[in-house]
Ligand binder design. Structure first.
Ligand code: F0G
Length: 354
């Protein structure tokens, strides 16, 4: 059969055995690696985007949630909890429902995108809007899991990283070898750790001839790793990465340093400009946080730091429909006004200047 079976079955030989006991999957993974000529032309490199918004709940979180929920199910867990800026909660809610588990989610009040909130509610999560930011939510979720019969499914759970590393495998499988540089947004830093693990395992196994250099990008108002200290009141329009004290901070630094890479900051303006290029030129609609990698690539190109001809892959982490309002804003902060016409061909052709 050519049916894609989800990342646990597809990469069974490279994942721990305890994940196979009770597999909970929605068919995640197998996402497109799309050539991005608009970005190649701008940078003089050979650029591809890994479109993680094509996962079942619209973000890369599904790769780690199939493994985290399967492991929890294998242990007989009845309930899971996560802190989230939105995507983790949407994914946890979907996979927990599939497994017949209760799912509690803690989200920062008023700071998660509507699409993600809708998903968590639709999938039946016990959603609590916490008076605090993501970092406060994560501290509370960890304490709850320590003291109550509920399993934590944030990326500090090692089963999450196991699943998320499969994205790196897919990139190497698609290209035939590791890229020269892999680029991605950084929030709580689980994903950069997972990619590094995946690329390293493939190089160690001889599937790839080498590991790529890893470039991670945080939002300037939420850039603790760049600054070298936690940020008390992180702020950015890219709510998915509005995080001041990433749980996998050390693993992110390890990925950066072992790969000879960088972790840098991009401004909200750079993020929105990259978001527009992705939508209007590449043809891939993402949520703002997902554009941080592209923003970072373009910023480094402007500084002359993108090697000509390098093969570069960029993870775009979540779907544009999660947080669609940004597309209806103009670069100067105005609103895009729809053009209204009567239903006759003459006025339609006229409006289209045909
Ligand atoms: N992009 C998107 C769309 C995200 O939702 C996240 C994280 C990241 C990038 C950063 O990934 O945390 O592994 O460094 N979202 C988490 C959540 C925090 O709760 O959904 P990271």
């Amino acid at each position: 059969s050519r049916l894609w079976r989800g990342v646990i079955a597809e990469y069974a030989d490279r994942l721990p055995a305890h994940l196979q006991e009770r597999v909970v999957t929605l068919g995640e993974g197998g996402t497109p690696l799309v050539p991005a000529p608009a970005l190649s032309e701008r940078t003089g490199a050979d650029v591809y985007v890994k479109v993680e918004g094509m996962n079942p709940t619209g973000s890369f979180k599904d790769r780690g949630m199939t493994t985290a929920i399967s492991a929890a199910a294998g242990r007989g867990a009845q309930a899971v909890v996560c802190a989230s800026t939105g995507n983790t909660s949407a994914s946890a809610a979907a996979y927990a429902t599939r497994a017949g588990m209760v799912c509690a989610v803690l989200v920062p009040d008023g700071k998660i995108a509507m699409g993600k909130l809708s998903q968590a509610v639709a999938h039946g999560a016990r959603l609590l809007q916490v008076d605090g930011n993501f970092d406060d939510c994560l501290v509370a979720a960890r304490k709850l899991a320590d003291t109550h019969p509920v399993e934590l499914v944030n990326s500090v759970n090692p089963d999450r990283i196991q699943g998320q590393k499969t994205a790196a495998f897919e990139i190497v499988d698609a290209l035939g070898d590791a890229p020269d540089i892999h680029v991605l947004p950084v929030g709580n830093a689980g994903n950069i750790a997972a990619y590094w693990k995946g690329f390293t395992e493939y190089a160690d196994a001889g599937v790839a001839s080498r590991t790529p250099t890893v470039w991670g990008f945080q939002a300037a108002g939420a850039a603790p790793i760049v600054k070298g200290h936690p940020v008390d009141e992180p702020d950015t329009i890219a709510t998915a990465i509005r995080i001041g004290n990433p749980a996998s901070w050390q693993l992110a630094e390890e990925a950066r340093d072992s790969s000879g890479g960088v972790i840098e900051a991009v401004t909200d303006e750079q993020i929105l400009a990259a978001h527009r290029i992705l939508s209007a030129e590449v043809g891939v609609f993402v949520e703002p946080a997902s554009a941080a990698g592209v923003a970072g690539l373009l910023a480094r190109h402007e500084r002359g730091l993108v090697p000509a001809g390098a093969r570069i892959t960029i993870t775009v982490t979540g779907h544009g429909l999660k947080d669609p309002g940004w597309a209806l804003r103009t670069p100067d902060g105005g609103e895009v006004e729809p053009v209204r016409v009567s239903a006759d061909v003459v006025s339609i052709a006229d409006a289209l200047s045909l």
